[in-house]
Design a protein around this ligand. Structure first.
Ligand code: 4AD
Ligand code: MG
Length: 483
């Protein structure tokens, strides 16, 4: 049932009922006129295709047609007719047109031509009206829906973990403070420290970097849960893969070991990508062509070997390669780019953190497949990961994707209280703040695992866009929180 009198372009194109009277509403992309007739290309957001409206100047006044300009919003009533032009089965012969909102052509920033992505970021309030961003955000929606569908079908419960927390889940100290204190008159304790007792929560609070720790509490009662919410990181990384505010999906499962965790993660990634392939064909076709054009601007040796859709199908159809961090370091140390000093960060010894250039080498050049790396050195991973018997590594797993590098980070969790508290001491993680987390290890602890998928990194991969700022509606990055 429709809730108003308009018909969506998506429905019109699907049923193409010649002779039917309908109303369409949307934004004018272009207008072409000759003496006898005016053609209006309308987009209503439901599909990437514009819909053609044919206006006969004997029926529609000149005064109205003058206001039908690029960017204006109109409502058009008429009858569907078989289309003369190629590419579209039906068009609307307009009986009447109403201008809902004018757009002064002198001032409207979006002209019907190719604008740079940098320019479009500056007009983030309007960029969704372009083909590219329409496609990106329809795909983003489909992926979000697929995430919920997948976990619902698997019987996982959707848990909302808090956005304001008192703890630093990742222990990296990259948090935004949340306070109502007057920054010009910060109350101090006798020792000269900020007196958080006088703050809103009567303690230090921040925006969450991850819902995992609370997710674990839920898994220790409901067994299989997932979160899907915003997370915040005050890391000063001005890269094409980092945001200060991003969305993360974090499943957490009781009774899963690392193997089970990897099997779930791989199945899940393939499911959501397949969902986009099955449900976003037109948008992905458009984005595929767009990405192919962008590739032409790259140097020949930097071009990817596969087109976008080809790459998505490849990931869905092939098994991810699994190997340990230690095996990966050996491959990297002996790789051509390392020997020829082509890496910005040379791979010298065991224990160093992998940079995205290393991750991408493994995925794009060495294996030519998505890779799951496991058993990282404990020094470069968070306190909560399960310690291996070697005393050096932890049961971590990162999934690395072509063009992206790390897309998923996860682990089996340390469920043994003594091991966990010992590691927290070593890493200076205060037990006092996490007393509730430790209680799950005191009362009915169980082996369990989970992972975090960066939703924007997934969107980067599926859309073929190359800057993470272009797959979230309103990006927050260092120095930028417009709109
Ligand atoms: O590897 P991370 O830091 O892992 C966690 O936060 C764990 N608590 C997850 C878990 O086990 N439940 O982050 C997980 C993923 C990364 O692999 C990456 O895809 C994404 O989140 N991510 C970011 N995405 C955009 N901007 C940033 N600044 C990101 N930092 C991490
Ligand atoms: Mg990580």
């Amino acid at each position: 049932m429709a809730f108003n009198n308009r018909t969506k372009v998506k429905e019109i194109l699907a049923s193409a009922e010649v002779g039917k009277s309908i109303v369409v509403k949307g934004w004018v992309r272009t207008k072409r006129s000759n003496k006898n007739v005016t053609f209006i290309a309308l987009n209503d957001g439901s599909v990437i295709s514009n819909f053609q409206i044919v206006a006969d100047p004997s029926q529609i006044s000149e005064e109205i047609l003058k206001k039908v300009t690029t960017g204006a919003c109109i409502s058009a009533e008429g009858v569907l007719a078989a289309s003369q032009g190629a590419g579209q089965s039906v068009e609307l012969l307009a009986k009447s047109i109403e201008i809902l909102g004018e757009a002064d052509p002198e001032k409207y920033p979006l002209q019907p031509k190719k604008h740079s992505l940098e320019f479009l970021r500056e007009i983030g309030h309007l960029r969704m009206r372009t083909n590219t961003f329409g496609a990106v955000f329809r795909v983003r929606h489909a992926l979000a829906f697929a995430v919920h569908k997948y976990f619902n079908e698997k019987g996982f419960l959707y848990m909302n973990t808090p956005i304001i927390t008192g703890s630093d889940a990742e222990g990296a100290g990259e948090m935004f403070h949340v306070t109502t204190l007057d920054l010009n008159k910060v109350p101090k304790t006798a020792e000269g420290q900020v007196d958080y007792k006088q703050d809103f929560f009567e303690k230090e609070a921040n925006l969450t970097v991850s819902g995992q720790l609370e997710g674990e509490l839920a898994a220790m009662a409901l067994a299989e849960i997932y979160t899907f919410g915003p997370t915040f990181r005050a890391e000063n990384s001005n890269t094409t893969r980092h945001l200060a505010e991003f969305w993360m999906i974090e499943p957490e499962m009781a009774f899963y070991d690392l193997e089970d965790n990897m099997n779930l993660a791989e199945d899940f990634m393939k499911y959501v990508i397949r969902y986009a392939l099955d449900h976003c064909a037109e948008d992905l076709d458009f984005l595929d062509k767009r990405a192919a054009e962008e590739e032409q601007n790259k140097k020949a040796d930097q071009r990817s070997e596969m087109g976008l859709i080809e790459r998505l199908k490849f990931v869905v159809d092939n098994e991810f390669v699994r190997l340990t961090y230690t095996e990966a370091i050996d491959i990297l140390r002996n790789s051509q780019p390392n020997k020829k000093k082509k890496f910005a960060y040379p791979v010298e010894g065991w224990g160093t953190d992998l940079q995205s250039e290393h991750e991408r080498y493994l995925v794009e050049k060495h294996f030519k497949k998505p890779v799951i790396l496991t058993d990282y050195p404990k020094e470069i991973k968070a306190f909560y990961m399960r310690q291996n018997d070697d005393g050096k590594t932890v049961r971590a797993m990162d999934i690395l994707f072509p063009g992206i590098g790390e897309i998923v980070g996860g682990s089996q969790r340390e469920e043994r209280l003594d091991k966990l508290t010992a590691r927290m001491k070593e890493m200076h993680v205060e037990e006092e703040n996490l007393w509730w987390y430790l209680e799950t290890r005191k009362f009915g602890s169980a082996p369990h695992s989970g992972f975090g998928l960066g939703f924007e990194r997934l969107n980067l991969f599926v859309s073929g866009m190359t800057n993470i700022r272009d797959v979230i509606p309103f990006p927050r990055t260092p120095g930028s929180a417009e709109f």
